[in-house]
Design a protein around this ligand. Structure first.
Ligand code: SF4
Ligand code: SF4
Length: 61
């Protein structure tokens, strides 16, 4: 099962993760990233992790 952690306290709301994820698993709510859908859809491409300028996204299996 895929686990996605976002260290929300440090999120700057840039939206890079929203743009990077091919299966649209992120949205920005009140200036912070949050998961927008079922993480089962994650294809483990790790584009979100590498897109985040402050390195606060962690994807694990
Ligand atoms: S690893 Fe890829 S598919 Fe999974 S949440 Fe990140 S960008 Fe989306
Ligand atoms: S890429 Fe990182 S800093 Fe930017 S909105 Fe997503 S989690 Fe927040």
């Amino acid at each position: 099962m895929v686990k996605i952690e976002i260290e929300t306290d440090r999120c700057i709301g840039c939206g890079a993760c929203v743009n990077a994820c091919p299966v649209s698993l992120y949205e920005i709510v009140d200036g912070k990233a949050k998961l927008a859908g079922n993480t089962d859809a994650c294809i483990l491409c790790r584009a979100c992790e590498s897109s985040c300028p402050v390195g606060i996204i962690k994807v694990t299996e």
